[in-house]
Design a protein around this ligand. Structure first.
Ligand code: GDP
Length: 634
């Protein structure tokens, strides 16, 4: 049974396939596009080719005419819609929309250069998004000795060439086939290809003299419907993608879209994805550019108005509230009887899909700027909190604000709309990296119950507020509390640096507990600080370090108990932690010539760095460095 027919035998109505052109810079993408759009009739519209919004429409009659196709050969599609922006632009739109914008791609390869870097990137992208493609092996006219046969089918043009040219051509084709194989694709010249459904078709072309262009066009309108009849079947459900947001002097903000399936009518209610969340509005005007000849009629604008447009077409939409529309998102139509809330939920989903694409990209690079929309830049880093807001605009504002705080709050990920389980899962990645950042700052959005449960289980904190100040305050409180907890947990390992001088006539007890008056020379003496002495060895070897115990209490000269002292004279009591420390004797193991030092360790230094940075001055760090050397800490 013919694939173009439905099971009951009636013909399916197919829409025009949408095609985009990719390839390395200078391979000839622009030239090829010009060539496809070229009018055959001097000074007029060629066989109904119409310039559309962001695309060119070639009716099948035009293709028949250009390829001298016999009337009895059936073509199942009404025409071909070619996206006008070759290369990068349609590339990134496709990346955002996955495979749904273009049905098929033409990858342009310069026959004299073979596969280049951007060709390989294009192939990767197509493989990833599952889009079928044709290779246009362009610039055949550059082969040495090529005899030009303007607009001829390629087999005919090749027959006209000398043996040398044909040999050179063969050799270069083999080269490209091998390179494609290395990229994971089986490919063959399309007229020798026996498995058109599996093996990639190669069409040799010249965008300058037109050889092979008829072949490329025919392949697009015959091979494409052959392999994707389901996809090209016209359905009334609207599928429409926003290509660009534009300011128009007559119509205000408009969106340029590609209508992939279904039909749009003037007055239709639509939901547009914007940086401020979904916007529900009505189509005021449906516009396409006037064909060249009609433009000459005086007194009309640049655009033709339509009551209805049917897929596949490029169309400009004028409506209220499009200011913050996002390129690359779907436009949703709400027909009579459709549920508006559902459409809006779909738009939210669409927006968050784009945002999560950005998040994914950023996970690859430690700190990278990615544009969501030309005006919107969100910067994230590998360690930071997760932020969620109702719209892209708010999200950007919050992230900007967090950056400007006296102690900036870094952001590692973000999303728009209610907090779902997936957001919590993303935030858990901080549990291992930096526990205090395993948090979601949810600004003016709901948190679904399952997400709450998961967060409680996993240990991710969720903060909710409808003002940014409250949100930041509660998060800062949380950080401070966590810090206090940590300080308590590491109290035994917290050693602030100090050096103390024993006043020789003021040693009141020379053995555990040692009680004496000391002058604080440097740093800060605290109750709880472990104390040692560093005694030069008699036989000039390494210094001997004697631990004495911890400062158990401290009094000022007027008898007042204090917890710490930064200068002056204080009376201290040192109690040993272990038998060895308790055996140290003033006058025998050490004397007033030996300074008393904080007994710091690797661990104590790390604890100070992590939790007490704010309490440490530059001098204190210098003292740490000196003590480290003196006590032989690596
Ligand atoms: P793009 O960067 O891929 O869009 O490449 P362009 O279409 O701008 O082409 C780059 C250069 O190659 C231009 O100078 C074109 O005139 C030239 N060029 C493109 N296609 C052909 C071709 O088929 N034959 C020849 N001889 N030159 C070509």
């Amino acid at each position: 049974q013919d694939e173009g027919q439905s099971s009951n035998g009636t013909d399916r109505e197919l829409r025009a396939p949408i095609c985009c052109i990719l390839g390395h810079v200078d391979a000839g993408k622009t030239k090829l596009l010009d060539c496809i759009r070229r009018s055959n009739v001097l000074g007029g519209e060629a066989g109904g080719i119409t310039q559309q919004i962001g695309a060119t429409y070639l009716p099948v009659e035009n293709i028949r005419e250009r390829t001298s196709l016999k009337a009895e050969v059936a073509i199942k599609v009404p025409g071909l819609l070619v996206i006008d922006t070759p290369g990068h632009q349609s590339f990134s739109n496709m990346r955002l929309r996955g495979s749904s914008l273009s049905d098929v791609a033409v990858v342009v390869v310069d026959i004299t250069r073979g596969l280049e870097r951007q060709t390989i990137e294009s192939l990767e992208l197509l493989k990833h998004s599952n889009v079928r493609f044709i290779v246009a092996l362009n610039k055949v006219d550059r082969l040495y000795g090529w005899k030009t046969c303007p607009n001829a089918p390629i087999v005919k043009a090749l027959k006209n060439q000398s043996d040398d040219v044909q040999r050179d051509f063969r050799w270069r084709v083999t080269e490209v086939v091998t390179q494609l194989m290395e990229s994971g694709f089986n490919a063959a010249l399309y007229y020798e290809n026996k498995k058109i459904k599996q093996v990639v078709n190669i069409v040799p072309t010249s965008a300058v003299s037109g050889e092979g262009i008829p072949d490329l066009l025919l392949l697009l309108v015959r091979w494409v419907p052959e392999i994707m009849v389901e996809r090209l079947t016209y359905v009334s459900t609207v599928e429409c993608t926003v290509l660009e947001v534009n300011e128009d002097k007559d119509f205000g903000t408009t969106i340029d879209t590609v209508l992939i399936n279904g039909a749009l009518q003037k007055g239709d209610q639509i939901v547009v994805c914007t940086k401020q969340g979904p916007v529900t509005t009505n189509i005021r005007y449906l516009l396409t550019p006037y064909p060249m000849k009609e433009l000459k009629v005086k007194g009309q604008g640049v655009y033709k108005h339509h009551e209805e447009v049917k897929a596949a077409q490029g169309v400009k939409i004028s409506a209220r509230g499009l200011q913050h529309a996002m390129a690359g998102t779907a436009l949703i139509v709400v027909k009579a009887g459709d549920d508006l809330e559902r459409a809006e939920a779909a738009a939210v989903h669409e927006i968050s899909k784009i945002i999560s694409l950005i998040n994914d990209d950023e996970r690859d690079e430690n700190e990278d700027e990615i544009a969501i929309h030309e005006n919107s830049r969100i910067k994230t880093c590998s360690e930071g909190v997760y932020v969620q807001a109702p719209s892209l605009g708010t999200l950007e504002a919050i992230i900007e604000y967090l950056k400007t705080l006296p102690v900036a709050i870094p952001v590692s990920g973000c999303n728009i709309g209610p907090v779902h389980k997936l957001d919590v899962i993303k935030a858990t990645s901080m549990l291992k990296r930096k526990r205090e950042y395993a948090a979601i700052l949810a600004f003016d959005v709901k948190v679904i119950p399952e997400a709450f449960e998961l967060a409680a289980e996993a240990g991710v904190k969720i903060f909710m507020a409808d003002t940014i100040y409250k949100l930041v305050d509660s998060f800062t409180d949380h950080i401070n509390k966590l810090n206090e907890e940590m300080k308590k947990q590491f109290a035994a390992d917290t050693v602030f640096p100090c050096t103390l001088k024993i006043l020789p006539n003021c040693v009141y007890h020379s053995k555990d507990p040692i009680v004496c008056d000391v002058e604080v020379l440097e740093g800060i003496a605290k109750v709880g600080t472990p104390i040692c002495v560093c005694v030069p060895s008699k036989d000039r070897g390494a210094d001997v370090i004697h631990g004495l115990g911890r400062i158990a209490s401290m009094k000022t000269s007027n008898g007042k108990e204090v917890n710490s002292a930064m200068n002056g004279v204080v009376s201290i009591k040192i109690i040993g932690d272990n038998p060895q420390e308790r055996s140290r004797l003033y006058g025998r193991h050490f004397n007033a010539d030996n300074e008393l030092l904080s007994q710091i360790s690797r661990k104590s230094i790390d604890v100070l760095k992590e939790y007490f940075r704010e309490e440490m001055s530059a001098e204190s760090w210098e003292l740490i460095l000196r003590l480290k050397k003196q006590l032989g800490i690596p």
